[in-house]
Design a protein around this ligand. Sequence first.
Ligand SMILES: NC(=O)C1=CN([C@@H]2O[C@H](COP(=O)(O)OP(=O)(O)OC[C@H]3O[C@@H](n4cnc5c(N)ncnc54)[C@H](OP(=O)(O)O)[C@@H]3O)[C@@H](O)[C@H]2O)C=CC1
Ligand SMILES: O=C(O)C1=N[C@H](C(=O)O)C[C@H](O)C1
Length: 268
Amino acid sequence: MERIRVAIAGASGRMGRMLIEAALKDEGIELAAAFDRPGTPFVGRDAGEMAGAHTGVAIGDDARAAIAASDCLIDFTRPEGTLAHLALARELGKAVVIGTTGFDAAGKQAIAEAAREVPVVFAPNMAVGVNAVFKLLEVAARILNEGYDVEVIEAHHRFKVDAPSGTALRMGEVVARELGRDLDSCAIYGREGVTGERKAETIGFSTIRGGDVVGDHTVLFAGIGERIEITHKSGSRMPYALGSMRAARFLAGRTAGLFDMQDVLGLR
Ligand SMILES: NC(=O)C1=CN([C@@H]2O[C@H](COP(=O)(O)OP(=O)(O)OC[C@H]3O[C@@H](n4cnc5c(N)ncnc54)[C@H](OP(=O)(O)O)[C@@H]3O)[C@@H](O)[C@H]2O)C=CC1
Ligand SMILES: O=C(O)C1=N[C@H](C(=O)O)C[C@H](O)C1
C-alpha cells in the first residue's frame, strides 16, 4: 500500500503536535514534512520530539518546500496562515485538510475557490463523535421544530482566540437549516442589559473560556415544562487528529472539490 505523504503546518501548536503523533501511528500515512513560522524556537528540531519519537524529519520554516514534499497539507493554524498555505498548495496541486476555524466570509470564499482546483476537506471539527452529534441535531431539530428555544453553549481553554467556536457555529447552522431559518439573521451572540423577552426564532450562543478545557459543546432545546440537551465533551485532542488522518486518506486520488467530515465519514 502506498502511504499518503502529509505535511503538517503549525507543527509546534497544540494540534500540530497531536497531528504529528497521529501521523506517526498511522500505517497509511507518512510524515513527509512539518513546518512552523520562521523564527519559532522549534524550527530545526525533530518533529517527533514532543511525542517522544525520533522521526528524522526536522521542523522546517519553508512552507513551500514542505508542501511540495507532500501529497496532502494538514493545516490547523490561523485563518491568515491557512490561506497563505492554501495558495501554495493550490499552485503545487496538493490536497488540503483544513481544521482552522475563525474564517470570515472572504476566507471561506477563498477556500471554495481553491477547491475548484485541488481537493479540500474543510471542517470545524474532525472528531467522529462531534460529526455524529451534527446528525443527531438534525433529527432533534426536525422533531422539536415548534415551541423549543435553541441555545448553543460552548466551553474551551483560555488560549482559544475565536468565538463562538467553529463547531458551535456549525451546530447552529445545522439546526437553523432544519428549522428553515438563516443563521446570519437569527443568531444572538451573548446578551446584556435589558434585552426584552426572548424572540422565538432566535438561536443563542454562549461562550465560556477558561483553563485547559479541550472543548465542550451543548445544544439546548428549551420548551415549557421540559428541556433537551445534546452534549459532546472532548477529553483529548487525539480524535481531531485521527479524523484528520481519515480526511487525508479520503482525499487521495481526488482531483478537486470541497468536502467536510460528513463526506469523509459517509454521513451525507
Ligand atoms: N477542526 C478541528 O477538529 C479542530 C480545529 N482546531 C482549530 O485549529 C486551529 C489551531 O488550534 P491550536 O492548535 O489549538 O492553536 P495553537 O495556537 O496551539 O497552534 C497554532 C499553530 O499555528 C501557527 N500559526 C499561527 N498563526 C500563523 C500564521 N499566520 N502563519 C503560520 N502559522 C501560524 C502557530 O505558530 P506560532 O506559535 O508562531 O504562533 C502554531 O504553531 C484553531 O483555529 C482551532 O480552532 C482545533 C482543534 C480541533
Ligand atoms: O480551538 C480549539 O481548541 C478547538 N477548535 C475547534 C472549534 O473552534 O470548534 C474544534 C474544537 O472545539 C477545539
